[in-house]
Design a protein around this ligand. Structure first.
Ligand code: CA
Length: 271
């Protein structure tokens, strides 16, 4: 799947995080615009750990009223499900046809949106009494990767460095920003979350989350989650970090990965 397409990802984020002071100074001299935005770097602390299904190839994740809503991928295994954090119970609410590979999910009002990877289709479900009923589809160009919302608009990634602002009523694209880290585009933006007015994005195949100014696309911070899932807990099916959810009422951040056995609540700490 995607992993096969992108096996040698060495993006600017990784290189720049490990860059020396001398390199940074040289960059600043030759690129004054980039010097204006020095991204912060964060490490993390695990607040709590919860079970997560190793059969869930996490592509979309958000929090709502004690439940984590998860959209999963893989052909024949793509679904929308809820995970009750207090009991660990998982309920499958929708399944995609075998021909579709599920991607990001987001809720706006009483509607849940689900992207597909290469089917150019977003499914829209009505949310009533904790159940999903499909009510319409929208078509869009290119691939579907991550999806989130500020409560009004949708924000969608497509595997490039671009984030599209999308009207949920029509699925028309209203705006596009290119996400940059020190002036360099950041490709493979994956699962998304809206946290405190910023866009958080998993960067595919890395252990890093980019914190992005949604107006400009500038990466203002990097959260380095290296080591979050200990090697001893990784299984053959364990895949990359993906999935960010935010409980705005309690200011809690949840992260997990594709087929990971655990889901974590974390706090971030500036380095
Ligand atoms: Ca999310």
């Amino acid at each position: 799947m995607k992993k096969i397409l992108i096996t040698a990802l060495t993006i600017g984020i990784c290189c720049s995080c490990g860059g020396s002071a001398a390199r940074s100074k040289r960059t600043a001299q030759t690129a004054p615009a980039a010097a204006q935005t020095q991204p912060k770097t964060y490490t993390y602390r695990i607040v709590a750990a919860y079970p997560h299904s190793t059969e869930a190839y996490t592509q979309g994740l958000y929090y709502d009223n004690g439940l984590l809503w998860e959209g999963t991928g893989q052909y024949g295994e793509s679904r929308v499900q809820t995970i009750d954090l207090s009991t660990g119970r998982t309920d499958v609410l929708a399944r995609l046809p075998r021909s579709e590979f599920g991607e990001g999910i987001a809720r706006v009002g009483d509607e849940l949106f689900q992207l597909t990877w290469q089917s150019n289709t977003a499914h829209v479900y009505s949310l009533k009494d904790g159940k999903l009923q499909k009510i319409r589809d929208h078509r869009y160009p290119g691939e579907g990767w991550g999806l989130t919302t500020d409560g009004t608009k949708l924000y969608m990634s497509d595997g490039t460095a671009n984030i599209h602002t999308v009207d949920p009523a029509t699925f028309r694209r209203e705006k596009r920003v290119t996400v940059t880290f020190k002036g360099v585009p950041v490709n493979y933006l994956n699962e998304l979350e809206w946290i405190g007015g910023k866009l958080w994005a998993n960067v595919y195949t890395t252990d890093q989350i980019a914190i992005i100014d949604p107006a400009t696309g500038v990466v203002e911070g990097i959260v380095d989650l290296t080591g979050l899932l200990p090697e001893a807990e990784a299984a053959p099916e364990t895949d990359v970090l993906n999935g960010i959810a935010y409980d705005a009422a309690a200011d809690r951040i949840f992260v997990t990965g594709k087929n990971w056995p655990k889901l974590f609540e974390i706090e971030i700490i500036e380095k």
